[in-house]
Write a new protein. Structure first.
Length: 259
């Protein structure tokens, strides 16, 4: 019969005692930072990929299509291993450790962040594209009639309206990102799950330790769920104002056309 080791479980569950361990403390910081950085880069890549796929210029559509097709169609784990070990062995590119004062960012953390970001960009591209296509095409025509360029129209008219469609799935993607960082342990990046696997290698209490770390992920995703809910509520409050803006443009467009 297996006896659950409550002292070990509580020690590595309760933050004041768990965070005294440098592995856990570093792992938690790395997990949060990598999640934010990878998601931010993923959103930017997704925006450019979406615009590329909607472009009238065929090479842009082809490049965006291949990017989305490859990174959505292959496992993230394979992509991460390919980036870190594959490129390193071929000497095409190595991720060197970066030292910024007392801070050291290992090559594994860099490779893991890049893999997460590039993979996320492929998924965000479809989310952004769906958001843009949800905006009435008349909004772009009205903006152009007022003398706005394509970039100005997208920045001032289309994207603010598309945000209502993009924000909810974006929040879900970030929620998944915090959990998916655990895959980085296969390349020995010092994130949270890697910290607990290292502790388990010494104590060999996998049930207690992995249960404890699961609650850390649960806490992070739960906190983010509340933040996401507030953001979506805020967008809901601004919905009327956003809808009034395009209406104004349409009225100006009609007025100008009437004259």
């Amino acid at each position: 019969m297996y006896f659950f080791d409550w002292p070990v479980f509580l020690k590595y569950l309760w933050p004041p005692t768990a965070l005294q361990n440098p592995l856990v403390r570093t792992g938690l910081i790395v997990t949060i930072c990598v999640s934010i950085v990878a998601q931010a880069i993923g959103v930017i890549l997704g925006l450019f990929a979406a615009l590329g796929k909607m472009s009238k210029f065929a090479p842009f559509r082809w490049i965006s299509g291949v990017y989305i097709w490859y990174f959505r169609g292959t496992p993230l784990l394979v992509q991460m291993m390919l980036l870190f070990f594959g490129l390193g062995v071929t000497h095409i590119f190595n991720f060197p450790d970066i030292h910024i004062g007392a801070l050291m960012i290992s090559g594994a953390i860099q490779a893991g962040t890049v893999a997460l970001a590039v993979n996320e960009g492929a998924y965000m591209a479809e989310i952004v594209r769906a958001g843009i296509e949800a905006v009435d095409t008349g909004q772009m025509e009205a903006a152009k009639s007022l003398g706005m360029t394509y970039s100005q129209s997208m920045r001032r008219i289309v994207l603010p309206q598309a945000a209502k469609v993009i924000i909810p799935p974006l929040g879900n993607e970030f929620n998944n990102m915090m959990k998916t960082t655990s895959i980085m342990q296969v390349i020995s990046a010092s994130e949270l799950f890697f910290a607990y696997t290292q502790i388990n290698a010494t104590l060999y209490k996998p049930f207690e330790l992995f249960t404890a770390v699961s609650f850390y992920y649960l806490a992070m995703t739960t906190i983010w769920s509340f933040v996401q809910s507030r953001i979506e509520s805020s967008l809901g409050e601004k919905k009327t104002a956003v809808e009034q803006g395009p209406g104004f443009l349409q009225r100006v467009f009609t007025f100008k056309g009437g004259h």
